[in-house]
Design a protein around this ligand. Structure first.
Ligand code: OAD
Length: 256
């Protein structure tokens, strides 16, 4: 990767553009902030879901074991909200960059499917670290399936059940206290470790192991560009920090 010699008055966005253009391998890590301007609520910060709801009541295996109906109701509600949202300019710019660069991969913590909806080809589809609102899986057997249906959580009987074995099904989402899928995490770590540049967009960088991916890039000699409306634990060690919203900054940053 080449680091451009910069004039003292170079703007951060120009520095970030030069880093990304000079990188052979780019990895992008996104969080809820990339979808905020699409109308999808974030988790932390003003209006965040974890300000209104307790994660331990809704997003843990224990919560599901205690009250599967409540958990399904919440995920059904989120599925409905997200179904009414569309990818924004940041999702589109990232998808376009993934198609026009040979090695530009998107990794997301989001379960909203908006990156995939912006993708016109498979290589713009992100690696989904935390699963998907639109996938359901069996609690007993290995069956998992795409699921865009409206959740009926009126009773235990109306909840989604497995077509293969009949057992209760659950959202295919990584809950607090659960491990990420080994293959997905392994691929994400390899991409991050090999990247010359990691572009981090709209994550509070508080949830591991996702939050550690940018450090992996940095420790292996790559650069980190952070786009966020506020400071995060990554800000201090980022090579360039771009302060502002994803839908404003990302298209400008990636414009060819
Ligand atoms: P958070 O809600 O923790 O953080 C969202 C980040 O986006 C914050 O740093 C905001 O400052 C920033 N932000 C908000 N609006 C923005 C905008 N328009 N443009 C750019 N940045 C903006 O969301 P995540 O970091 O994604 O886990 O949270 C990580 C995980 O915690 C999620 O994947 C979720 C949650 O519990 C699961 O669902 C398993």
């Amino acid at each position: 990767m080449s680091r451009a010699v910069e004039a003292p008055d170079t703007q951060p966005i120009d520095r970030a553009r030069a880093l990304l253009r000079g990188a052979h391998h780019v990895v992008v890590l996104t969080g809820a902030g990339v979808s905020a301007e699409s109308g999808v609520p974030t988790f932390r910060g003003a209006g965040g879901l974890w300000r209104q709801y307790r994660a331990e009541d809704l997003a843990t295996p224990h919560a599901f074991a205690r009250d599967a109906r409540l958990v399904w109701e919440w995920y059904g509600w989120r599925r409905t909200i997200v179904s009414g949202c569309a990818p924004n300019a940041a999702h589109h710019a990232l998808a376009a960059a993934a198609l026009s660069h040979a090695d530009f991969r998107i990794i997301t913590q989001n379960v909203d499917g908006l990156h995939a909806r912006a993708a016109r080809e498979p290589r713009a589809i992100p690696l989904e670290l935390h699963g998907s609102l639109y996938r359901t899986r069996c609690t007993r057997c290995a069956h998992r399936w795409d699921d865009r249906s409206t959740v009926d959580a009126t009773s235990g009987d109306t909840l989604p059940h497995c077509d293969a074995c009949g057992a209760l099904a659950r959202p295919d989402i990584v809950w607090f206290g659960e491990a990420l899928d080994d293959a997905v995490l392994g691929e994400a770590m390899t991409l991050a470790a090999n990247a010359d540049a990691c572009l981090v967009v709209g994550t509070s960088a508080l949830v591991h192991p996702a939050a550690g991916l940018a450090d992996l890039t940095r420790r292996n000699g790559g650069s980190v560009v952070e786009v966020n409306v506020e400071d995060t634990p990554l800000t201090g060690s980022a090579t360039v920090v771009l302060r502002g919203t994803a839908a404003t900054i990302v298209p400008d940053l990636l414009a060819s």
